[in-house]
Write a protein that binds this ligand. Structure first.
Ligand code: EPU
Length: 420
């Protein structure tokens, strides 16, 4: 197993190009199942989750070809039963359910388990697909859905923690080939949902309103092949922005979409970080004094849960008390105990982490538990005095394209090492 060995204390400086968004690429890849014609997707990040989704599409019968950041998929003939073990490994693979149902009117997809960030149910996905006429049962660890007549309907997707991103994607992808009009209320408004809608429309779908809580989908008889460029990854951009601020550096993020990052940039500015837009790039520079900020994670356009752990590291460096409240995934504080090993003072009270910042961090061996927690630990390692070993970085490779190489080009002293 690989680890990252980091020698902290070097301010990050220079330019980094932001890759395509993982959470846009995954559902867009699933959407290629909706047509027998070839689809070309550009700016696809080279990540293990993306490779994995490619394997899932292949296992369903599609031809999948990666050429650098360009992916071609042709799902000429596909079957509706996904490989149990392949799908079970990645939660994001649940988004093949909607397109399989739309195209084949039946689908069997293994039930994704919970994960370290929380239980992650799929009741809203199933409720939504049920509203379109699917009969759904859970048997032998599979979700089995059948819909001889898939018909448009009114679907409310609001849940306990707000709307669901992949649930919205699933219902949208089933509805594009359903008969009649589907109205999704309390739809997720994330930019990744908008990007999926753009791809579906390029395939000949009729999706209106993506990016707002009400999405209207008028079903069409069939979809055709299309080309699409995935949006830049707002969470990767946020991670590098926070790393620049944490290390007292100055980093220009090329291809960052600041219009997708208002909540993060607003909190960075409130914390005393200078953020400047220069054309399609963003420059982030740490001011002299950081200020504590309170953060609550919320559905888009609120502060993203996927940047919570990284921001917590910045707050551990900030003199004063910051309160970080996690409203999307209840157990998403796995990084807290690892940050404590580096000397951070953080207490968890229900859904909130109370960060008493300003104590210097010092390097230690620490363990990554999930993707974004891993990113936070890497930022902490870049700041901490001495050496930090971040173990189990396969989590990181699921969602950050060549993060160690990108950081190295910004001056970080970071090496990938094989764990003994
Ligand atoms: N929820 C339900 N029922 C459902 C679905 C969700 O109660 O049927 C709850 C969840 O438990 C959670 C909330 O609704 O409390 C929001 O979950 P959502 O469904 O929106 O999450 P997701 O679609 O499974 C995507 C991203 C996550 C990101 C969340 C929230 C992908 C592949 N994953 O997950 O990304 O945190 O939206 O923005 O798009 C990551 O990249 O590290 C990551 C975990």
């Amino acid at each position: 197993m690989e680890s990252l060995s980091i020698k902290g204390g070097v301010p990050l400086r220079g330019e980094v190009t932001i890759s395509g968004a993982k959470n846009a690429a995954l559902p867009i890849m699933a959407a290629t199942l909706l047509t027998a014609e070839p689809c070309v997707i550009r700016r696809v990040p080279n990540l293990s989750d993306v490779t994995f989704m490619g394997q899932i599409l292949t296992s369903l019968g599609a031809k999948v070809k990666f050429d650098g950041a360009t992916l071609t998929v042709q799902a000429a003939k596909i079957r509706g039963v996904g490989d149990y073990d392949l799908i079970r490994k990645m939660r994001g693979s649940i988004c093949i359910l909607g397109p399989l149902l739309g195209r084949l009117h039946r689908a069997s997809v293994s039930l994704p388990g919970g994960c370290v960030i929380g239980p992650r149910p799929i009741d809203l996905h199933l409720k939504g697909l049920g509203r379109l006429g699917a009969r759904i049962t859970i048997q032998g660890g599979y979700v089995r859905a059948r819909a001889p007549r898939l018909a448009g309907g009114e679907v409310f997707l609001g849940g306990r923690a707000g709307p669901t991103v992949l649930g919205t994607a699933n219902v949208m992808m089933a509805a594009v080939l359903a008969k009649g009009v589907t109205l999704i209320e309390s739809a997720a408004c994330e930019p990744e949902v908008v990007d999926l809608a753009a791809f579906l429309n390029a395939m000949g779908a009729r999706v209106v309103g993506a990016g707002s809580p009400t999405i209207t989908i008028t079903g069409v008889r069939e979809l055709h092949g299309a080309e699409h460029e995935v949006i830049p990854d707002r969470i990767e951009a946020a991670t590098f922005a926070i790393a620049a601020a944490a290390t007292h550096g100055e980093v220009t993020l090329r291809e960052a979409r600041s219009d997708h990052m208002h909540a993060v940039l607003d909190k960075l500015r409130e914390a005393g970080v200078a953020v400047e837009r220069r054309g399609p790039a963003l420059t982030v520079r740490r001011g002299n004094r950081l200020k504590p900020v309170d953060i609550t994670t919320l559905p888009y356009a609120g502060f993203p849960t996927d940047a919570q752990a990284q921001m917590m590291v910045l707050m551990t460096l900030t003199p004063g008390i910051s309160i970080i409240t996690e409203r999307i995934f209840e157990s998403r504080f796995m990084h807290v105990s690892e940050l404590a090993r580096l000397g951070a003072d953080i207490a968890i009270e229900g859904p909130s982490a109370i960060v008493k910042g300003g104590r210097p961090l010092s390097g230690a061996p620490i363990m990554a538990s999930d993707l974004r927690a891993s990113a936070a630990l890497v930022i902490a390692g870049l700041v901490a005095r001495g050496s930090t070993l971040v173990k189990r970085i396969y989590h990181l490779d699921r969602g950050y394209e060549k993060i160690d190489e990108k950081l190295k080009r910004l001056g970080a002293r970071i090496e990938r090492v094989e764990e003994p």
